[in-house]
Design a binder for this molecule. Structure first.
Ligand SMILES: Cc1ncc(COP(=O)(O)O)c(C=O)c1O
Length: 393
């Protein structure tokens, strides 16, 4: 029997296939919602007078990138060098690799740059700066570097008031022949917020920290053309971005239940869902069993920390409308255990074996990563296209 790739079925789908004809579990993507989410964010940032650098780590798809990017050449942000190589192959020319650089990755970065891509890197330590300077000096690649600045104690970055470290990093980079491109911040602690005023304050704190660090570099005669901030919550709630040149955001393109819990997207705007088939029941326990377990949904249980725990996802009908109080309450590898929320007065819907449901994910990046492609829904609810997505590092 010939070996077939995971998305061979998808590539040969007849035009106009409806979701009930697809193999499950699989990803559905509502293209109109992606476009609307992107348009909304772009309009907001245009009104605030800043450039938009979409983060492509959620979608990992050239088709989605082309919707999100301002031009086919970028700008864009990536979270792996595999993404950088893939998007470079698709014509993207302006990218930031947005994870702190490891010295062993510098040769690969320079190889991508040698192909004509303006790929910048980020770092937040003197050790990294020394490694980048040595690489630039040895290989003649004037690597552009954004110094990561800590917006809120989330995970990484130089404190915005630690001028001595900022300047030392900047000077060591410059002395080695690397290029100081600017500063970059990511207010990751904003994911824990839900109050609009607190979210707006987080956006303002991110902005102020960025401007403080940029001013310090410039005052010492170092260049800082790029002042880059962003996360979906702070991008969404930013009211004033004076001093900022660009905003990055990614997960908003698809939206997910976690971001809905924060308040940065609406449930009705979530563009990504997992199509699943009902495979059984435990009627006495009020459970419906589907073929979308954690392998299809991911293990992400981010909403467990929020006011409304969505289990492994919210269950919707084929049109994408959530059933009242119906969630994937538990999951095994290939079994989703669907039940009503605890305390719900709703009736369990009649979903015989073979019925199809759509499940909204907790975390679009994690759920997407479990799959090889998107089945793209057109306006009529049919699969109008199949878009591949990549994985790996
Ligand atoms: C450095 C950096 N910038 C931007 C983003 C985009 O944030 P979001 O996924 O909230 O849109 C991320 C997300 O992890 C990030 O790590």
């Amino acid at each position: 029997m010939p070996t077939t790739g995971p998305d061979d079925e998808a590539r040969t789908l007849p035009a106009g296939t409806t979701p009930d004809a697809l193999r499950t579990p699989c990803l559905l993507l509502d293209e109109a919602r992606v476009r609307a989410n992107v348009d909304r964010m772009r309009g907001h940032l245009t009104r605030l007078g800043v450039a938009f650098r979409p983060h492509l780590k959620t979608a990992k798809s050239l088709d989605v990138a082309r919707i999100a990017m301002t031009t086919p050449a970028g700008p864009a942000m990536v979270s792996t060098l595999r993404e950088a190589e893939y998007f470079a192959g698709g014509g993207v020319r302006d990218m930031i690799y947005g994870v702190g650089i490891a010295p062993t990755k510098l040769a690969r970065v320079s190889a991508i740059r040698a192909a004509g891509v303006d790929l910048a890197i980020i770092l937040d330590s003197l050790e990294q700066a020394d490694a980048v300077a040595a690489h630039a000096r040895g290989g003649g690649d004037a690597l552009p570097v954004l110094i990561e600045v800590d917006a809120d104690g989330h995970r990484s970055g130089v404190a915005p008031t630690d001028t001595a470290t900022l300047l030392a990093i900047g000077r060591r980079l410059t002395a080695g022949g690397a290029t100081v491109r600017g500063v970059l911040l990511h207010a990751g602690d904003s994911y824990a917020l839900t109050d609009p005023a607190a979210l707006a304050a987080a956006a303002e704190a991110e902005r102020a920290a960025a401007v403080t660090a940029a001013d310090a570099l410039r005052a010492a005669g170092l260049p800082c053309p790029v002042v880059s901030v962003g996360s979906t919550p702070t991008a969404r709630y930013a009211r004033d971005l004076a001093g900022i040149t660009e905003v990055r955001a990614g997960v908003f393109m698809f939206g997910d239940l976690y971001q809905a819990g924060v308040g940065s997207v609406a449930v009705e705007d979530i563009a990504l869902s997992v199509l699943a088939t009902v495979i059984g029941h435990q009627r006495a326990r009020g459970r419906i069993i589907t073929d979308a377990g954690w392998m299809a949904m991911s293990r992400d249980r981010g909403t467990a920390k929020q006011a409304v725990d969505q289990g492994y996802g919210v269950v919707c009908d084929l049109s994408g409308r959530p059933y009242r109080d119906l969630i994937v309450a538990d999951a095994n590898q290939e079994h989703g255990i669907v039940a009503l929320r605890p305390g719900s007065g709703a009736a369990l819907p009649e979903l015989p074996v073979g019925s199809r449901v759509r499940i909204l994910p907790n975390h679009a990046c994690a759920t997407g990563a479990q799959h090889d492609c998107y089945h793209v829904l057109d306006g009529g609810g049919r699969v109008g296209a199949v878009w591949p997505r990549i994985r790996g590092w």
